[in-house]
Design a protein around this ligand. Structure first.
Ligand SMILES: Nc1ncnc2c1ncn2[C@@H]1O[C@H](COP(=O)(O)OP(=O)(O)OP(=O)(O)O)[C@@H](O)[C@H]1O
Ligand SMILES: Nc1ncnc2c1ncn2[C@@H]1O[C@H](COP(=O)(O)OP(=O)(O)OP(=O)(O)O)[C@@H](O)[C@H]1O
Ligand SMILES: [Mg+2]
Ligand SMILES: [Mg+2]
Lengths: 229, 229
């Protein structure tokens, strides 16, 4: 479903050249629940942005559901992103003067599903309820705690019922109990067919997945399957 | 050194009233290394902002080094913040179009210590080296990974050699190895006399401190001393 072949991503500016991702090849199959780990600066977010069609490759091929992403134009790329992929950003990227409810409704406005305003509102409310924010729907991001903002980002990523969830440190700002609630949601969705790739730096969280890929200096140094906890 | 007496902080707007901190009393003595824990939304960041003189109380008294903070004017407050307190924000608050080096130099420009430009540059470089970012000093925040941005925020909090470090989830975006490097820095500074209050949601990290305070719905529900690991 997600196939990276010899992917490299170099950041270049007048004074800087950083090989953030270095000749990475990996294949993620449908319904897998994979953890992506590695030290700070090892290339995880860069790899996630490439998989989420948010960033270009310097070299290599990325096949998404068998289609070559490198050959797509802007419209095809954003179409794929909206229909198939839910993305949780490491720094949330919520719209600042917009309520939690409106932030979560936003992806549905671009959706091809012809939803009524009422249906959009109901689905966004449901998504926020599931992550425990039913009583915060009218707060704007600066009226929310860090972990609450993170959960709004998760609710927004799931509201379009995507095929693939790319989550960059989705529990980084959450206490243990709230983390377990979120992982529980992910596991249920995975059982129902959602393919998940999740960046995490916590081994306890990684143990809930079926496979762990470790990056170091932009390269894959280990890729192990295991029995999830 | 830090004494909160019956502190309450209510957020009010036309449609919202949230008691983020509810009748909290606590005393932190010089040279303590304290962990502040609690579930997402329990009031930790709000409490930290009050302690860091960044936010007003709705009621109660806050004595900082014996002085009543509520009676200070804007100049006295910012003077205290610059001279005595280093603050690591949960969402970093780095200046976006400014390099890591310039971000870390900034607090020294306000410092009363009459430092030369050369000394300011050297101290900022040293602070970044200590957190492992010696080779990233000219990157701007969008050219840094999440964990690297977090470490710039830590370097900036420490560059003025404060008496008190208030760190809100300083390792939330860091892998285990980098986390241990940061905690090691904190422990050394604590041995040298730095008072530290650190929000963390990871029990492993809290175990390195000598005392753990737990918040729930704005109230302190437990306050235990322990032998640090
Ligand atoms: N400006 C605001 N207006 C209204 N409510 C607010 C505001 N800021 C925070 N809150 C609410 O106050 C409560 C405490 O927020 P706080 O940021 O202190 O929590 P926290 O313990 O730091 O959480 P986290 O672990 O998720 O970072 C939350 O329930 C939040 O929704
Ligand atoms: N726009 C950019 N220009 C130059 N270098 C960059 C840019 N963005 C990222 N980098 C560098 O690329 C490397 C990989 O960054 P990336 O964000 O993928 O790391 P990461 O594994 O997600 O780290 P973390 O765990 O800290 O979030 C880092 O060393 C970073 O400094
Ligand atoms: Mg990252
Ligand atoms: Mg917080």
């Amino acid at each position: 479903i997600l196939e990276l072949n010899d992917i490299t991503r170099v950041y270049r500016s007048e004074s800087i050249a950083v090989k953030a991702v270095d000749s990475v090849s990996m294949t993620i199959s449908e319904k897998e629940f994979v953890a992506l780990m590695g030290s700070s600066g090892s290339g995880k977010s860069t790899l996630m942005n490439i998989l989420g069609c948010l960033d270009k490759l310097t070299s290599g091929t990325y096949l998404l559901m068998g289609e070559d992403v490198g050959k797509m134009n802007k419209n095809q790329l954003s179409g794929i992103r909206n229909r198939m992929i839910g993305f949780v950003f490491q720094n949330f990227h919520l719209l600042p003067r917009t309520t939690a409810l409106e932030n979560v409704e936003l992806p549905l406005l671009y959706s091809r599903e012809k939803l009524s305003w009422k249906e959009i509102r109901e689905r966004a409310k449901e998504s926020l309820k599931i992550v425990g924010l039913g009583d915060r729907i009218n707060h704007t991001p600066n009226q929310l705690s860090g972990g609450q903002q993170q959960r709004v980002a998760i609710a927004r990523a799931l509201v379009t019922k995507p095929k693939i969830l790319l989550a960059d440190e989705p529990t980084g700002n959450l206490d243990s109990k709230t983390t377990l609630e979120i992982i529980d949601i992910f596991q249920k969705l995975n059982d129902d067919g959602l393919t998940i790739l999740m960046v995490t730096h916590e081994p306890d969280v990684a143990n809930f997945t079926g496979r762990q890929i470790v990056l170091s200096d932009g390269k894959i140094i280990s890729d192990k399957k295991n029995k999830p906890v």
